[in-house]
Write a protein that binds this ligand. Structure first.
Ligand SMILES: Cc1cc2nc3c(=O)[nH]c(=O)nc-3n(C[C@H](O)[C@H](O)[C@H](O)COP(=O)(O)O)c2cc1C
Length: 272
């Protein structure tokens, strides 16, 4: 085929057949070298699209793959989700169980939080009913040890009241933890690690809202949260932090919760 073409080219341009052949061969090589990468890039994009559609169908197992091909919701959908997120308290839970898959999706969302130095310091301990009772018992023990008797009496009465009327209706309590040295030997400022965990919680909260579940971030009881006893219960080291507990349950009408904010205009200075 190249022979025939080079003969024609030689006749048209009045040049020796051998020169025409070499010129055509060079052009062919240049064409292949430039078009092959474009072709391979196209194949790669196609494969990523197929993988991306699997991710949005909820089959993602590899977090690193999910991020690159997620579709972005519209700005108004994102704004609605953010504004719809509410703290919904266990007293208003129905006691109906929240599916484990909802918590798994919440944790997956949490895992996409920003993190300086890629330390990913968020750790979560998902507590079912029995483990929740263990955490409550342990927290009471710590409070009894670390508070004055008067303080403890007051706190115990409150906790025991909530245990029956509210906490017992939570399907899950997710202990929110910060691993101080998530990557051994790598130390980022502590405030950045705390912020990264807070971002993870917000992601989790938004995901929960989108799934129609209910919950809120409880600071938990300070003495208990900061104690080595509770840290050990959660599998943490002394230098790590427990940053409270995220309660998850079912609420018949999460939309009935209202909240408001002061104007953003009062909190922003523009110097543009
Ligand atoms: C770090 C953090 C800790 C919180 N701890 C508690 C708490 O211990 N008890 C409580 O009632 N609410 C707690 N909240 C929830 C706030 O009360 C709630 O976000 C606020 O009232 C605004 O309501 P909204 O979440 O529905 O917008 C906490 C929120 C954050 C961010």
């Amino acid at each position: 085929m190249l022979d025939v073409l080079s003969e024609r080219a030689a006749a048209v341009f009045s040049i020796p057949a051998e020169a025409a052949f070499r010129t055509l061969l060079s052009l062919l090589v240049v064409y292949l070298c430039t078009s092959l990468p474009v072709f391979l890039w196209g194949v790669k994009k196609l494969l990523q699209k197929v993988q991306g559609s699997k991710v949005s169908a909820g089959t993602a197992t590899d977090s690193s793959a999910a991020g690159s091909e997620c579709t972005v919701p519209s700005a108004s959908d994102a704004a609605s989700l953010i504004a719809a997120r509410r703290s919904i308290f266990p007293k208003d839970f129905t006691g109906q169980k929240v599916d484990r898959s909802v918590v798994e999706a919440m944790l997956e969302a949490a895992n996409w939080a920003p993190t300086h130095g890629k330390t990913e310091p968020w750790r979560f301990v998902v507590l079912g009913r029995a483990a929740q009772e263990e955490l409550l018992d342990l927290s009471l023990k710590v409070l009894e040890r670390d508070c004055t008797p008067e303080e403890f009496t007051k706190k115990r009465a409150k906790i025991e009241g909530k245990r029956k009327s509210a906490f017992s209706k939570a399907t899950y309590m997710i202990a929110i933890c910060m691993k101080r040295h998530a990557i051994p030997g790598k130390e980022m400022p502590e405030w950045e690690e705390v912020c990264a965990v807070a971002c993870a919680v917000q992601n989790m909260w938004l995901s929960m809202t989108a799934h129609g579940a209910a919950g809120y971030w409880s600071s938990w009881y300070t003495e208990a949260r900061e104690s080595l006893d509770v840290k050990q219960f959660l599998g943490l080291d002394e230098e790590d932090k427990c940053m409270g507990v995220f309660m998850v349950g079912h609420c018949a009408d999460p939309g009935c919760y209202r909240s408001k904010r002061q104007s953003i205009a009062d909190k922003v200075t523009w110097r543009v």
